[in-house]
Ligand binder design. Structure first.
Ligand code: Z5A
Ligand code: MG
Length: 211
């Protein structure tokens, strides 16, 4: 019998909502449950495009808003072959930010939302999208924003509004204002029920995002 492919689990959310913390926790819990799992993070700052993105985010270089948007998308596209091979080999991937962040941040800066979607059309379709939702005041209590380019209150408020335009009924909304442990429990419960729903109906991998 053919091996079942891994699941593509995307974790999105507002700044400081605990995405990276919870992605690490989820990878650990899935592994403990006997599921071959790997963490993926976008942007991947290690590649050529990733190095340009990193320099831009750290405000060491400047780029046109359209150009940086396309670089973030290219940074995802260049990973697709390796990620699809892993998924088809049975590895589940937990992805810390994806195309939804790409569109939300660029459209919050003023680019047209439909234009922003275009370069990511046809990426791998996530099986589960978790959104860690956190009010801006709560986010600021977590140590304030850092030195990177987008870590500013007004922009972050707009980013959340843009995320809400992208949201559909399939998104799993998680209240990220709870304790780390409670958020972790909610995510685990959500993943278990999503897995139960997907069981026996899981489709071959699709490159269908926003098609
Ligand atoms: N960006 C883009 O423009 N276009 C794109 O296509 C993509 C990204 C993919 C870098 O992203 C920037 O790139 C980002 C979007 C843009 N810009 N901004 N702003 P990044 O993913 O590298 O950003 P990050 O540095 O990982 O940070 P983050 O998203 O702000 O944080 P997080 O991962 O959501 O949270 P965390 O690191 O897990 O936790 C933050 C702090 O809160 C930490 O001290 C934790 O211990 C604490 N924490 C976590 N959970 C809790 C709870 N439940 N209670 C209390 N404290 C907590
Ligand atoms: Mg993070």
């Amino acid at each position: 019998m053919a091996q079942q492919r891994g699941l593509l689990i995307v974790v999105e959310g507002c700044d400081r909502s605990g995405k990276s913390t919870q992605c690490d926790n989820l990878v650990t819990s899935l592994k403990q449950d006997g599921i071959d799992t790997e963490l993926v993070k976008f942007p991947d700052r290690t590649t050529q495009t990733g190095k340009m993105i990193d320099s831009y985010l750290q405000q060491k270089s400047d780029l046109d808003d359209h150009a940086i948007h396309l670089l973030f998308s290219a940074n995802r596209w260049e990973a697709m072959k390796a990620l699809s091979e892993k998924l088809n080999n049975g590895t589940t991937l937990v992805v810390d930010r994806y195309a939804f962040s790409g569109v939300a941040f660029s459209s919050a800066k003023g680019l047209d939302l439909e234009w922003c979607r275009n370069p990511d059309i046809g990426l791998l379709t996530p099986d589960v999208i978790l959104f860690l939702d956190l009010d801006i005041d709560e986010a600021e209590k977590r140590g304030g924003f850092g030195q990177e380019r987008y870590e500013k209150r007004e922009l972050q408020i707009k980013v959340r509004q843009e995320f809400m335009k992208l949201k559909d009924d399939s998104w799993k909304m998680i209240d990220a204002s709870q304790s780390k442990e409670d958020v972790q429990r909610d995510i685990w419960d959500t993943i278990q029920s999503s897995k139960a729903q997907l069981k026996d109906t899981i489709q071959p991998l699709q490159f269908n995002l926003w098609k």
